[in-house]
Design a protein around this ligand. Sequence first.
Ligand SMILES: CC(C)(COP(=O)(O)OP(=O)(O)OC[C@H]1O[C@@H](n2cnc3c(N)ncnc32)[C@H](O)[C@@H]1OP(=O)(O)O)[C@@H](O)C(=O)NCCC(=O)NCCS
Length: 208
Amino acid sequence: MEYNDGIEIMVADASHERYVDVILATIADSAAKRGSGIVNRTHEYLATKMREMKAVIALAGPEKEFAGFCYIETWGHKQYVANSGLIVVEKFRKHHLATRIKQMAFTLSRVRWPEAKLFGLTSQTAVMRINHSLGYRPVAFSELTDDDAFWRGCGTTGHPCCVNFDVLERSNRKYCVCTGMLYDPAEHVGEPLPVELPDEMVKKLQSL
Ligand SMILES: CC(C)(COP(=O)(O)OP(=O)(O)OC[C@H]1O[C@@H](n2cnc3c(N)ncnc32)[C@H](O)[C@@H]1OP(=O)(O)O)[C@@H](O)C(=O)NCCC(=O)NCCS
């Protein structure tokens, strides 16, 4: 699908570090409005994601105004890749911008780690719809990574990050308010990627 709204979606790099503060403020503001918890991400964490080309940013118009963001990370010795920190600035919502950002993050993940399973945790209908259209399916948490470092993002005993962390803790990580969704590449052999990246970009990403 073509969108003529002047919003460009790209793999972020070191040149986008100047957007980190506005990204963090937008995430914090949105979490406060939704009454949800957030993983505490520092400026350095997001800047490192950009430098490592593990993030996607959307910029609007000639002013290159910040419009949306998400980042990816590998877990369980690169057997899994998760999308996290998805945010779209309020005035740009409901125009399939999150869809386009997630399509780029999906492509980035598949190019860099073709064998890895992709997964995410979400309680948002919009994100479930997008994931479903990319080929993710809902699964029990036992099918997701058992990497402690990932689950620490939801919180630790005495230091919850998410408002629902107590549910996750009580269930011994078996379930929570979020739905776990998984894309298993073995179930999608030969399917095209949602975004066609230039050859040079593919080579660069595969060399990282
Ligand atoms: C969730 C969020 C990223 C969606 O961004 P967006 O750009 O508006 O999403 P899209 O326009 O790509 O919508 C994707 C689909 O979900 C639907 N949708 C969008 N917002 C929705 C909502 N609030 N409720 C139900 N469905 C919704 C869209 O209609 C679209 O469906 P379609 O493809 O069948 O037309 C945005 O609302 C946001 O930043 N929220 C705050 C942060 C957040 O919740 N992040 C996700 C953490 S897991």
